[in-house]
Design a binder for this molecule. Structure first.
Ligand SMILES: *Cc1c(COP(=O)(O)O)cnc(C)c1O
Length: 484
């Protein structure tokens, strides 16, 4: 089904109305009598005029054009688009969670404080770390918060430093966060195996480096097996190891990151712990830290008293302060807590086992049809390069566009930027074998088409709500606001 859905402004017709209330009591009073004169608009707001039916149909149609994890396979690498269990939605809408106010007296919200305390304890257990804050609103915000704690620790020691080391395969948020914290970025290349090279770190590690940021498994889906040695190098010079935990989905329950020498790590609850994401959030990016960094965490920190009560502790003189209003995105915390409680320790481990198994199943089925970017074993995602497409008329983008015609979301493409024409696939543990098989068979068919009938790819998609877009024009001449 194709549709050219105009915006509500385009559909507006003068005089159309959603509904009208004929209440004399209301009509007799003029609302502007109650408002300060300087706040009253003199020119009328130009709002679209539509009937209720027009509006209902418009938004229902738009919702049907949406691609969602609830409708189809969504193997977007690095994003961990796993299923969002409905029980999370139910618990987060319980009255006591959904209808409390963050300014309520603490004795009236003991359950909410307990939930945050226990969620924090679970995240500490999963990583073996000493302290936690649930405030950051997303992974990138967690990076920023963690680096601020590191900076505060170093400044408190009278030892401010200037640099942060980041491998070239890192997510773009890593250098952005470091820059926002005032650091210069030292970029190091990943070695031929797709992981950080110990010698490359040793070469740049000095006493002006505040931290090394590492993603493990890396954004190439490969376990950084030299991490302990690298962490020792960093610690020897008084630096900290920041771990981007966006890929915890591959290791939780199997690896205790504190044992790897990590001093600080963020979670993306909206990736690993099934809180919904996409379309701008809300996300949640708690961080866990080592004992050294604990005093610097944002405040308040949720504590349990000896009497078994839960308190939000504000008296923390070394705290970096607040990074988010109130307690963070509380509804996300309820969802993640529900998920953890539902799975238990065994279930948490099984999640990463299955996520890794699923990615490797896809790897095994596709490796003769697409070129593996690296020989090293895959963790929860597998990256192919465009090498096998060389000599055909198609590019990675065309493969992605063709997939849309089969009702599947495209994998991540052209990221990580260190891989030529990257195609990065992350199935997650929540997909069954039938779905994985259907995806693999489709990918194999597309590889064949690339050679035999490339126009099927270069002109795709034809049978979606929107056919092939002019992406260059979209970037150069974005229309962000409809003129009417
Ligand atoms: C998603 C992701 C981030 C950023 O997390 P947000 O929650 O989107 O801010 C950082 N690093 C990696 C590796 C990621 O996959």
């Amino acid at each position: 089904m194709k549709s050219k859905e105009g915006t509500v402004y385009k559909q507006s017709r003068k005089g159309r109305q959603g509904f009208s209330i004929n209440d004399r009591a209301v009509a007799d009073k003029n609302i502007s009598d109650y408002l300060p004169k300087d706040l009253i608009r003199t020119n009328k707001a130009r709002l679209p005029e539509l009937s209720e039916f027009d509006v209902v149909r418009h938004y229902t149609r738009l919702s049907q054009q949406n691609f969602a994890i609830d409708t189809n396979f969504y193997p977007l690498g690095s994003c961990t688009m796993k299923y969002n269990p409905r029980i999370n939605e139910e618990t987060s809408s319980y009255d006591g969670f959904a209808n409390t106010h963050p300014w309520q007296y603490q004795h009236t919200v003991q359950g909410n404080l307990k939930l945050m305390y226990e969620l924090g304890e679970s995240l500490k257990t999963i990583t073996g770390m000493a302290g936690v804050t649930l405030q950051p609103a997303a992974g990138a915000h967690g990076e920023f918060t963690g680096l601020l704690c590191i900076r505060a620790f170093l400044e408190n020691q009278g030892n401010p430093r200037k640099k942060v080391i980041i491998p070239d395969s890192a997510h773009g948020t890593n250098p952005s966060s470091a820059k926002l914290c005032g650091y210069d970025i030292v970029k190091i290349p990943t070695g031929p195996e797709g992981i950080m090279d110990v010698a490359a770190v040793a070469k740049v590690m000095d006493e002006d480096v505040a931290a090394l940021m590492v993603t493990n498994p890396s954004t190439l889906g490969i376990f950084e097996k030299n991490i302990k040695e690298i962490a020792d190098l960093v610690h020897d010079k008084g630096g900290f190891v920041y771990c981007d935990g966006a890929n915890m989905n591959a290791v939780m329950g199997n690896v205790v990151v504190a044992d790897l020498g990590v001093d600080c790590l963020h979670f993306n609850l909206h990736k690993t712990f099934t809180t919904p994401h996409g379309g701008g959030g809300p996300g949640s990016g708690p961080i866990v830290v080592s004992e050294l960094l604990e005093p610097f965490l944002p405040k308040p920190v949720i504590k349990k008293t000896n009497e078994g009560r839960y308190v939000a502790e504000f008296d923390r003189p070394q705290s970096i302060g607040r990074v988010r209003a109130f307690f963070g995105n509380f509804g996300m915390l309820v969802r993640a807590y529900t998920y953890i409680r539902e799975l238990g320790p065994e279930g948490i481990k099984q999640v990463s086992d299955m996520a890794v198994l699923n990615a490797n199943y896809i790897r095994a089925r596709l490796k003769d049809h697409y070129s593996l970017a690296f020989e090293a074993p895959s963790m929860h995602e597998v990256v192919f390069s465009d090498k096998s497409l060389k000599g055909t008329k198609v590019k990675t983008l065309d493969v992605a566009k063709r997939l849309l015609e089969f009702g599947m979301h495209a994998p991540t493409i052209y990221f990580p930027i260190t891989v030529s024409g990257a195609l990065m696939i992350e199935p997650t543990e929540t997909e069954n074998k039938e779905t994985l098989d259907e995806f693999c068979e489709t990918m194999i068919q597309i590889a064949k088409e690339a050679k035999e009938s490339p126009e099927k790819l270069t002109e795709a998609p034809q049978n979606t709500f929107r056919s092939r877009l002019n992406e260059v024009k979209a970037v150069r001449e974005p229309v962000l606001r409809e003129q009417w």
